[in-house]
Write a new protein. Sequence first.
Lengths: 230, 204
Amino acid sequence: MRKTCDWCRESFDDHLDDRLPGRERALLEAHLSECAGCRQDLAAAVRLRAAARALPQAIDPPRDLWSGIAERIEQSPREQRVPHVRGIRFTPSWRRWAPLAAAAVLLIAVSSGLTMALLRGPSTGAAGAAGGAPVPGAAAPIDFAAFEPIESEYRTTVAALQAELAARHDSLDPVTVRVIETNLLIIDQAIAEARRALAADPSSAHLPLHLSDIYRKKVELLRSAAQIRI
Amino acid sequence: MHEREGTPLTFSRPIANSMDAALEVEQSANAGPDALIERARQGSVEAFERLYRENVGRVYALCLRLSGDVPSAEELTQDVFVLAWRKLASFRGESAFSTWLHRLTVNLVLGRRRSDTRRGNRILLAEDLAIFDDGSSRRFDPAARIDLETAMTTLPEAARTVFVMHELEGYTHDEIGRMTGRAEGTCKALLHRARKLLRQRLER
């Protein structure tokens, strides 16, 4: 099947880019062997492409444009510009993280109340659970086993948040990922130390509070990471 | 480890203090382009000016070749950098900053044209391509000898766009079609027209 000149000219780019399938390349070459006009057109296209690619990639503007830019960026709010918080930027856009992060907030609130109730001892009952102030110097020995359900809740929430973060890993800024991972490592080390201390001294009144506080920081860090805009 | 009632708990290494200190880890201003970009992201206008000076030539060249005239190119260049400042938070570092900026430039320049595009996407016949001669190009003086750079400015806008994007910037017809809202076949036809016009103007 013989090809028309129009078809040949439309095939030049694929031919020059070496993307023409074998059969069509043969047809093109057959046409070129017979058509001087298309041969000249192809040669001209080759020369033109070479000249175009030899042009400089950069051209200095005839005047300095910076002052106009500087003036505008001072007046222009940045997209999603939020306060710099401990090396992590976050935005209000939650998307599918919202339910998980909301659950984390609830967990923090509930566990804080429970932790305080634990520290005050069983005699405070509802008043303690409602967040009333503890009696100074009256910290009763606590049952570490009673703290374990709270810790279990934290771990469940943390695991879910970490799974979500892992799923977004490749989409996040590598610098931000490094900051998050470094901070998570430090928090995990602190958790391990606090647990070891609590295991050695289960009657401590402060260790559960410290451990709860550390878990809270971990959940807050993961929540902040969840809000980072991709 | 034991605590005395009424006294703060202490450890050989205060967990809370070291953790808080560590959580204050900031990105130190290390030497290198990454640090410059990070400083700009954190709001440093001085750092962003350095990024501007390092990249303005490339951005201006693209704007000049796509627009075909200096005033438009200057305006577009400024628009690109203002947009880059606003969107810097979305730069993830997966590509070079210059590559990201280049993409921003292409999208900005072509995006402004898409809303003005009222042509169809059907494959155009050769004679149809005359509608792309919209008179936006500089008046061509056939008597003057011109170089390729100047000749490109005399092309009709649509043909010039395809020529610049394909022959200089290396985009495929499929990519150009998607960016300009035209069919791939239309882009090929426009490129052919651009080559024909340039050949006429350069070989006189």
